[in-house]
Design a protein around this ligand. Structure first.
Ligand SMILES: [Zn+2]
Length: 109
């Protein structure tokens, strides 16, 4: 799903079931042909400060992104190679550290 700067307000944080918090958009890269389309950035929850990445114009709104990415290594690799901004690379690098930790935990039990 493409993220338009005009329609992103329809996204809500997945961490709150009863109360819906509209996510705030932090856009780093917009489509050069359409500045209303966000290519890369974050949707942030004003309540719990959780960040949902937007990579290659697709919002990844998943409550447990570490678990998701650790089961889909090739998807994660695609995110990393598609990401362009320093902010996103840093976010994904930190995520990969969490994925490693997650794997170690699973090995232990
Ligand atoms: Zn939240």
């Amino acid at each position: 799903m493409k993220i338009s700067l005009l329609n992103f307000k329809f996204f809500y944080c997945v961490n709150h079931v009863d109360k819906k918090y509209p996510l705030q958009l932090e856009s780093y890269i917009t489509d050069p042909l359409d500045e209303n389309e966000c290519f890369e950035g974050f949707l942030m929850c004003p309540q719990c400060r959780k960040k949902f990445p937007i990579i290659d114009g697709v919002a990844i709104i998943i409550s447990d992104i570490v678990k998701y990415a650790s089961k889909r290594v090739s998807t994660f690799g695609k995110w990393f190679s598609n990401s362009k901004s320093v902010e996103m690379k840093t976010f994904l690098k930190n995520l990969s550290l969490d994925i490693d930790k997650n794997h170690q935990m699973e090995d232990r039990y």
